[in-house]
Design a protein around this ligand. Structure first.
Ligand SMILES: Nc1ncnc2c1ncn2[C@@H]1O[C@H](COP(=O)(O)OP(=O)(O)O)[C@@H](O)[C@H]1O
Ligand SMILES: Cc1ncsc1CCOP(=O)(O)O
Ligand SMILES: [Mg+2]
Length: 268
């Protein structure tokens, strides 16, 4: 099968079939919801971050995701060991640079992680703009910029890093520096639930694990699944609280055919 020709729905079915093991080094806020998102969608998450085992585990897992949300000194060595081991084993790895522009500590660690050449970077618009050298209007972990403002910076960052860049928000945008895709869907309630972006980063890892040769298509499939499940869950949710279980249920119940029929993706 040619991964470039697979639809997001076909990739969803293939991901569920493979049930890929994904090493998720994510923050304390995200760990529980991210693991539940992964299990609901059909992947197998493992939150393994200690330096004593992170590199070894990256050799076992199909993909690695690294998120700097609740960064402290003890996390950094594990992140670097895992990223280096993933590179050495030819496994894709995804960077989520949460609030990287907020402090000098985060900026420094993010620069070091970028040096380890992530396969995919996924962030909100403010995070991607700041990574590309633009001034963000976000605060802390929350974006204050629209996706369209981050499209040019995302393309420049993808070219500079030689990787896939995904910007999420009201509209999602994915680029390899040359090709670009926009994904519509989701719900305005999604940024009002903590760590959904972090969870999406882990899910990008699940799709990348089954299509390491096609990380752009893998990223689009993960974002399309979130967009469709989020849109559906929001239809009956009464707010952020009731949205969460409905969203997990829809991540689990959406079929590949339903995803392909519902998704709104435009290739520019
Ligand atoms: N206003 C919005 N309308 C629809 N979907 C949204 C909106 N804001 C965020 N999302 C969705 O929420 C998910 C998390 O993205 P985002 O909030 O940008 O990440 P982060 O939590 O890292 O800031 C993505 O699937 C994104 O498409
Ligand atoms: C609230 C918070 N604080 C540190 S990490 C984190 C979670 C951020 O999650 P997301 O980037 O998905 O909004
Ligand atoms: Mg985030």
């Amino acid at each position: 099968m040619n991964a470039q020709n697979d639809t997001p729905g076909q990739l969803l079915e293939a991901m569920r079939q493979a049930n890929p093991l994904v090493q998720c080094i994510t923050n304390y806020v995200a760990m529980n919801i991210a693991a539940n998102v992964m299990l609901a969608a059909g992947a197998s998450p493992a939150m393994v971050s200690a330096v004593e085992e992170a590199g070894e585990f990256a050799g076992i897992a199909g993909a690695l995701t690294v998120n700097i949300g609740t960064l402290s000194a003890s996390w950094i060595a594990g992140m670097k060991a895992a990223a280096a081991a993933a590179n050495g084993a030819g496994k894709p790895w995804v960077l989520d640079p949460v609030a990287h522009y907020a402090t000098g500590f985060r900026r420094q660690v993010t620069a070091e992680l970028l040096g380890l050449k992530p396969t995919i970077i996924r962030g909100n618009a403010s995070e991607i703009m700041a990574l590309a050298g633009h001034s963000p209007r976000g605060q802390g972990v929350d974006s204050g910029d629209p996706t369209y403002a981050a499209e040019g910076p995302a393309m420049a960052l993808a070219q500079q890093q030689g990787c896939i860049v995904a910007v999420t928000g009201e509209v999602d945008f994915v680029t390899d520096g040359r090709r670009t895709v926009r994904i519509l869907g989701g719900s305005p309630v999604m940024p009002r639930i903590t760590a959904l972006g972090c969870s999406l980063t882990c899910l990008v890892g699940a799709f990348a694990a089954i299509r390491p040769e096609a990380p752009m298509e893998a990223t689009v499939a993960a974002l399309a699944l979130f967009a469709a499940a989020g849109e559906d869950a929001a239809r009956t949710a009464n707010g952020p609280g009731s949205f969460q279980p409905l969203f997990l249920d829809r991540l689990a119940s959406l079929t590949g055919a339903e995803l392909d029929a519902q998704m709104r993706i435009s290739t520019l």
